[in-house]
Design a protein around this ligand. Structure first.
Ligand SMILES: [Zn+2]
Length: 282
């Protein structure tokens, strides 16, 4: 009895140790990531880039926070150039519906048009820029789930995927709806070409915003607009927390993400409170 008790305790301790430290395989994985061998462990540094990208998107909105929506809604986004090791956050934008008197001016629309327009302006001034005419392979990090307008543009511009920092029960799931297959029904359709992967970001601020909006609807009724909730002090504090986290953030995979993080922080710090036109008219 004594002997089997010893083995049981030994086995229990071994299981606990493996659970806590992840076992030899997990340690080898970490070493592999740290040494830059990303073939099998891409998920670590990519997951961290997604996290940083989302913090940057919330921060871009926070830096231009408005109580009155004078510029547009408190919604914004940032663009990741590709899904490779060389990817960078290359552009940011915010909703500017009000100041432009133009309700097409959602954050994601301005992000996509603005980045390609900037590349072309640089190109015309002799700056060497990527030879692209669309956003194939790019990722859009956006603070609110994309609407049908922005989802349509992402689809046609071949955006690879989008991550959003709050679900929109009213106008969300547009990309998912484009992928519905009703071809077995009379007059049905195949899914739309060029699917864009749309995912809810795995970040605490997403949960907090969704809980905050649910409480807002409880108080003001189910028809209370999400864009009104996004003017509230509750929402402002959540965006502020994301911005504070980004400022203090240290890369978990520094050998791969230090430079990326540093550039992301610099981009966010360059974002002014005021409206930044893309063009004299918009
Ligand atoms: Zn939109």
């Amino acid at each position: 009895m004594k002997k089997s008790g010893f083995y049981l305790r030994y086995l229990f301790s071994a299981v606990v140790m493996i659970t806590l430290v992840g076992g030899p395989k997990a340690q080898a994985r970490e070493r592999s990531v740290e040494s830059g061998n990303t073939s099998s462990k891409a998920v670590y540094w990519k997951t961290e880039r997604d996290y940083i990208g989302m913090l940057a998107a919330y921060s871009v909105v926070y830096k231009g926070w408005q109580k009155d929506n004078a510029r547009g809604y408190n919604i914004g986004s940032v663009l990741l150039s590709s899904d490779s090791l060389n990817s960078r956050l290359v552009f940011w934008a915010r909703n500017c519906n009000a100041v432009t008197h133009n309700e097409t001016q959602h954050g994601e629309v301005r992000l996509m048009i603005g980045y390609l327009a900037k590349l072309n302006a640089d190109r015309q001034h002799g700056v060497k820029v990527p030879d692209i005419k669309n956003l194939a392979g790019c990722t859009v990090y956006t603070t609110l789930e994309p609407c049908a307008q922005c989802s349509g543009m992402m689809t046609l511009q071949k955006v690879r995927n989008t991550l959003y920092g709050e679900s929109d029960p009213g106008f969300g799931k547009a990309l998912e709806r484009l992928q519905l297959d009703s071809s077995s029904l009379p007059n049905g359709y195949q899914p739309y070409p060029r699917p864009v992967i749309s995912e809810r970001a795995n970040i605490i601020y997403c949960n907090l915003l969704e809980e905050g909006y649910a409480a807002y609807q409880k108080k003001y009724g189910a028809d209370a607009h999400i864009t009104d909730f996004l003017k509230s002090e509750v929402a402002r504090l959540i965006f502020e927390s994301a911005y504070s986290e980004l400022k203090a953030y240290k890369a978990k995979v520094p050998s791969i993400n230090d430079k990326f993080l540093d550039e992301a922080k610099k981009m966010v710090e360059s974002v002014p409170k005021e409206f930044v036109p893309l063009h004299p008219e918009i």
